[in-house]
Structures are given as C-alpha cells and as structure tokens.
Design a protein around this ligand. Structure first.
Ligand SMILES: [Zn+2]
Length: 434
C-alpha cells in the first residue's frame, strides 16, 4: 500500500448540479492495487497506516487525471497551422498530414509523439480520433498500451468528399472496423470507437455500416463531429436532404450513452433535445473553435436542455494537449457570450476536465479521487519563483488556487502522472523522433 500526501482537489459531485469543489490542503490517499482504499487528513490517516510508504507531493496540487474527450492522433505535427477556417484548414493543413499515416513506420512515430504528449500533459484517459489507416490505428493502440493510457479509439472511415487516399467503401469500412475492434476492444485499457470522420464525408450506406459495427461489438463507442462550422452544416443538410446535422447520425441509431460528438457550436433546440434524449455527450473544444473561428459554444443551452458536456483538446486546430488551457478558454468563451454565457467558476472547469470527461467516456471508476475509485491522478507543481508558484502561494482559498491553476498552469508544471496507482513514465521530449 502507498499513501499519497498532498493538497488534493476534485469534484465528486457536478458543480452544474449544485456540487462544490472538494479540497484538502494536507490530504492522505491510501492506494492498494490501483484502488483508493481510504482518504482523509494525512495526520489522522497516518495513525492507522504506520508502515506504509508515503509519496510526499510537496507543493502544488494533486488533481484527478485529465480526461480528453476529443483529440486527433494524426494531427500532433500540424498543431499551430493558423490562419484558416475549418474546411480550408482541413484541406491544406490536416488532411495532407493524415494521408502520410499510410506509411506504417511514419504512423508509429506519430503515435509515439502523440501518446507521450498526451500523458505529459496529465491526461490519463482519452477518446482519441484515430487514423484512416489500419496499421496506424494499431500503432496508436500499441503506444497507448505501452504508456498505460486509457484509450478509446478506432479506425476513421469516410467514403466521399475527401482526398482519394483517405476514402473507403461501406463494405471495407465494416470489415476493417470490425477487425480493429476484434484486435483491441476490451484489451487492457483499450476500447473501440466506431468513427466516421463526419457526415460531410459519409454516405448513408457508410453510416449504416458504422451502425452495423456498433451492433456487432457490444460496449463499443461512437464518435464523430457535429455542427462545427456554418458552411459545413449547410453542406451536410443539403447533402442528406435533412433539416438537421444531428439527424444524419440519429436516423442510423448512432447516438446513445457511449456516443461522443465533437463541437456542436451551432445546434438547434430540437437537436439538443435529441442529444439529451439519447444521453449522448458533446466534446467541447474551445481553443479549436476559437482558432478556426467556428463560433462561441452555447454551453448554457446544453446545460439547460440536459445535454452532457466535457472537454476536448482537438489538437490539430487546438493549442496542444493541456486541458488547463481548454478549461480557461471554455471560461473565456462563456464570458464573451455576455448574457448568453454560462457563469463558470473554477470548480466547473475542473469538473469539465475530469469527472465530466469520465462520465462521457463511461469510466465510472475514474474522474475523482473518492474511496473505491481507481487512482488516476496528476500532480501539478510550479517551478519555484514562477508566476504560477507566486500566485498559488498567495491564493485566498481553494477556489482561488484552482482558478490560478487553470489560468497559469502549463504542461511544464506536470510533475507526476499516475494511472491505476502506477506512475506513468514521462518520455524525455527533448529527444526528437523522425
Ligand atoms: Zn475533431
């Protein structure tokens, strides 16, 4: 058994439903075989566990591991290609790089870059948007298994409106997706997600093939994009002759508790009602939405209509893997909406980055650090004398400390990451990979 000692913050109850930040400045967490067996003020806990090893996390904060609900593995090398809206950005920045993953050796190097970047940012579970190529998807699952990351991912499938090398057919999409699911779904911490790129690149026959894979793989997830950009929405509804984007997925039965759709910046009320009725989740990716000029995410409408929301970094169009940055941008976005914005507090940001993500990915054992949960955690420890350090030492209380963490904390402040109680080895990122 191990006792972790430090300042521990988490959100076991959703702040959107009246929950508050739970914070203790000197907490002990007893972990046995990856599970939290007890927790409480360290000095009280120590009496009952005199012989156990103590991991002293002096300074900074211990938080639940971050859960990223939308992040594209093939795009790690194209982060920062600024200057374009969605459809032009896809054509000129993202899709050419995605085509390069046809080379398995190249894909394996990208997978290693991606997984090491994700865990170094403190992310312990993720819904990863895969690649259009089977060998690349295998490489992603292999890299995630090596790191111990809880990954849900799958083969990206499309059969129209993309460069030829990224296209498949409904029949091939079924065979290859079912094959990848057989190799990875339920293996270790891996789970499979059926992944059409988006409706704009999918025919009804392809979406029907996706539904068939979901039917044939019990417990599989579904992920895609929805309502990101006005031009995209106009093209999708025209292509499908449907009044809404959500309907393109819903009429194939693709939306349910294990469905995660990215963005939803421009939903209709009827679409929100459908998403709520299906208990599907939205991955809100605020830095990507800002970078592509996609729009300001209507969080209040999602909350009021009962649609589940968590955070995603998106990556190619986002600003890196830090969910602290995404939380801060989510806050800025709501501020910019003025009276239409949802009034977010620091506890909301932590919930969105941890427990809300765990709920979206159907991981009931992680997301907060209560007794009985798996110990997935990230320790943020600012460099002495840094502005984050100064701000944290002068915080007026836990909520203030958390607000300062989302504002000033970076991936460079991640001092430790644990999954199932085991430390994740942080790869030396100074060593370049080809
Ligand atoms: Zn995306």
């Amino acid at each position: 058994m191990t006792i972790f000692r430090g300042a521990v913050f988490d959100t076991p109850e959703s702040p959107f439903a009246g929950g508050r930040l739970r914070a203790s400045s000197d907490e002990g967490i007893v972990v046995r075989d990856g599970v939290i067996e007890a927790r409480g003020p360290f000095t009280e806990l120590r009496g009952a566990h005199r012989d156990d090893d103590v991991v002293a996390l002096d300074g900074g904060l211990l938080l639940p591991g971050f859960v990223d609900t939308h992040v594209h593995f093939p795009q790690v090398r194209v982060i920062g290609g600024i200057g374009l809206p969605l459809l032009e950005w896809l054509e000129r920045r993202a899709l050419p790089e995605e085509g390069r993953l046809a080379d398995p050796a190249y894909a394996a190097r990208v997978a290693a870059d991606f997984v090491s970047g994700l865990v170094a940012a403190g992310t312990t579970a993720a819904m990863v948007f895969g690649s259009h190529f089977q060998a690349a998807v295998d490489a992603l699952f292999e890299s995630a298994a090596t790191a111990g990351l809880r990954v849900t991912s799958g083969l990206v499938v499309s059969d129209r409106n993309l460069p030829a090398e990224l296209l498949s057919t409904p029949e091939r999409a079924y065979e290859e997706s079912a094959g990848a699911a057989r190799r990875w779904h339920g293996v270790g911490r891996a789970r499979y997600a059926v992944t059409p790129r988006f409706s704009l690149s999918s025919s009804d026959a392809l979406l029907a093939a996706c539904a068939a894979v979901l039917d044939d793989v019990p417990g599989a997830f579904f992920t895609s994009h929805v309502n990101e950009n006005l031009q995209e929405i106009e093209q999708v509804t025209r292509l499908f002759q449907l009044s809404t984007y959500v309907a393109t997925y819903d009429r194939h039965g693709l939306l349910g508790r294990r469905s995660v759709l990215a963005h939803n910046v421009h939903p209709g009320d009827d679409e929100l009602a459908t998403l709520a009725a299906r208990t599907a989740s939205i991955a809100h990716c605020p830095t990507s939405n800002a970078a592509l000029g996609s729009g300001l995410f209507p969080l209040a409408r999602h909350v009021h209509q009962g649609v589940r929301v968590a955070l995603g970094s998106d990556v190619g169009a986002g600003s890196g893997f830090s969910l602290l940055k995404e939380g801060l941008q989510a806050y800025y976005t709501q501020q910019q909406l003025g009276a239409d914005g949802y009034a977010l507090w620091p506890a909301h940001l932590l919930h969105l980055a941890t427990s809300a993500g765990a709920a979206a990915l159907d991981l009931p054992d992680v997301g907060h650090l209560s007794v009985g949960q798996r110990f997935d955690a990230v320790w943020l420890r600012p460099a002495p004398g840094s502005t984050y350090d100064v701000a944290l030492r002068h915080a007026s209380g836990p909520d203030d400390a958390l607000g300062k963490t989302f504002t000033l904390g970076t991936t460079a402040d991640v001092a430790g990451v644990w999954i199932d109680g085991e430390p994740v080895r942080l790869v030396d990122r100074r060593r370049p990979t080809g």
